[in-house]
Design a protein around this ligand. Structure first.
Ligand code: OGA
Ligand code: MN
Length: 280
């Protein structure tokens, strides 16, 4: 079966022209993975997956992250919501998703991909934006590419979360700071031979650089990488399926009223390669 798709923006995002049965058949797995790493984001409309179907589809694409299974039927399921009653363990971190980020930059091997479906949508806000970190790298002048290659960046939870909640409590700040930091090359040399920026609000500082120069570099790269030409904006409809390549894109959600109860169901695929830089 040939995979039919249309581009959603010139440098990022493709919509699959498929049915739920096509997705669950397994026949398109290789083609969807290829499209995903080429286009950063892949969506399909009117799919209306159940949790079981979404999990089975995720498993067909890669190595499902299981996490700790709390309830029967919820294996691998993460409920993305700001409501701590719905997700007592993680809801308190999701406000940070309003700033441009990659998931799991604290891990040696960041997650490969995420598979998302909406369950409750907000009437206002709540669009999710994606930026292509491959395209942003490729668009840099050669001298800049050469300068960035070999730099290392420290990613921290407080760098990711404090700018999204400057009125946090001392206890919240201490909790974020208690998580381990992680150093990654700024430029990821993927197994495929392609390169992308490992850029995210979690990027605290460039190793060995004066803090002011480091902030200038990282903030400038963020402004570069999130220009309209590298971005796809997803307006959610019930029934959507969305997959992003977390190794080559950033994402953020636009603010929405917490009382909307906005909730997405997420399954995550484990990473398949550590972030490797120039000399590794
Ligand atoms: C996430 C995330 C964005 C959204 O699940 O990691 O950042 O639109 N979600 O809720
Ligand atoms: Mn996220």
């Amino acid at each position: 079966m040939a995979l039919q798709s249309v581009d959603l923006a010139p440098l990022i995002g493709s919509e699959l022209k498929v049915t739920k049965a096509d997705l669950l058949s397994g026949a398109l797995t290789g083609a969807i993975r290829d499209l995903l790493v080429r286009r950063g984001v892949v969506i399909a409309r009117d799919v209306h997956f159940t949790d079981e179907e979404q999990r089975a589809f995720a498993r067909s694409l890669g190595d499902l992250r299981l996490g700790t299974v709390k309830q029967e039927g919820e294996e691998g399921l993460m409920k993305v919501t700001f409501d701590e009653k719905v997700n007592p363990e993680y809801a308190k971190f999701f406000f940070g998703s309003q700033l441009w980020h990659m998931d799991g930059t604290y891990e040696e091997v960041p997650p490969f991909a995420t598979i998302l479906t909406p369950r409750v949508l907000s009437q206002t806000g709540g669009e999710t934006h994606f930026a292509n970190n491959y395209a942003a790298y490729e668009a840099l002048p050669d001298e800049e590419k050469a300068r960035l290659d070999g730099l290392k960046v420290v990613h921290t939870m407080q760098a990711a979360l404090f700018p999204a909640k400057r009125d946090c409590t001392v206890e919240e700040f201490a909790l974020w700071a208690s998580y381990p930091n992680r150093e990654h090359p700024l430029v990821w040399h993927h197994k495929s031979g392609r390169k992308s920026l490992v850029l995210s609000t979690s990027a605290s500082h460039v190793v060995g650089m004066h803090p002011a120069d480091s902030a200038y570099l990282l903030q400038g790269l963020m402004a570069h990488a999130t220009q309209d030409r590298f971005v796809y904006r997803h307006q959610w409809r019930m029934g959507d399926l969305l997959i992003w390549d977390n190794t080559g894109t950033m994402h953020r959600v636009l603010p929405f009223p917490p009382e909307s109860g906005r909730q997405l169901h997420r399954f995550t695929l484990n990473g398949e390669e550590p972030v490797r830089g120039l000399a590794a």
